[in-house]
Design a protein around this ligand. Structure first.
Ligand SMILES: Cc1cn([C@H]2C[C@H](O)[C@@H](COP(=O)(O)OP(=O)(O)O[C@H]3O[C@H](C)C(=O)[C@H](O)[C@H]3O)O2)c(=O)[nH]c1=O
Length: 181
């Protein structure tokens, strides 16, 4: 069983799986294809699972793949806590350029479904975080683009001071303004 709540960004859902707790601990179905597709009201076929491990302050993103290589993602946290951020880049969307920020953790066990056409990134809030996400399209390096995490046009309020944020060299040099022309 999984509950899905659609966000202000059409097609983007926050999901809450049913947790079975007992004196041993807990169990839950982190993914059930039939329940998931029924919950979001559409068929999605994931083809690639990713995992990344990050230290506190690491910010990965904001990334997306262009055109036919765009990826829908189902993001969850196996260990730790992150500030997960999605940006609507669908040119025909009434919420184009708007973003959503949500805390995902191994405590709340929430998941975010991000449709194709979004940029995605997250900031690691706990000492370490292990993030797991399913993708409905394969990685294509040459199709990758990004938005700088501190892009003023988007105006994301990251929960860690900028000087303490750790990014890859690639993410330091992402030029994103062209996306909004
Ligand atoms: C994304 C990806 C990367 N790689 C290789 C390419 C690099 O040699 C290495 C690290 O890649 P990168 O620095 O792009 O990893 P992240 O910064 O975590 O990128 C991710 O950041 C945000 C959170 C996302 O949602 C994207 O899925 C993804 O872009 O893994 C692969 O082999 N396959 C892949 O699917």
């Amino acid at each position: 069983m999984i509950k899905a709540i659609e966000t202000k960004l059409k097609g983007c859902f926050i999901l809450q799986p049913q947790i079975f707790e007992d004196e041993r601990g807990y169990f839950y179905e982190s993914y059930n294809h039939k329940d998931f597709c029924e919950a979001i009201g559409r068929e999605v076929t994931f083809v690639q699972d990713n995992q990344s491990f990050s230290k506190k302050g690491v910010l990965r993103g904001l990334h997306f793949q262009k055109g036919g290589h765009a990826q829908a993602k189902l993001v969850s946290v196996l260990q730790g806590k992150i500030q997960d951020v999605v940006v609507d880049l669908r040119k025909d969307s009434p919420t184009f350029g708007q973003h959503l920020s949500i805390e995902l953790s191994d405590e709340n066990k929430k998941q975010v479904f991000i449709p194709r056409g979004f940029a995605h990134g997250f900031l690691t809030l706990s000492e370490t975080a292990k993030v797991f996400y399913k993708c409905d399209n394969y990685y294509r390096k040459e199709a990758e683009e990004g938005i700088k995490f501190d892009e003023a046009i988007i105006g994301i309020n990251w929960k860690i001071n900028k000087e303490k944020i750790i990014t890859s060299e690639k993410d330091k040099t992402i030029y994103s303004a062209k996306i909004f022309k």
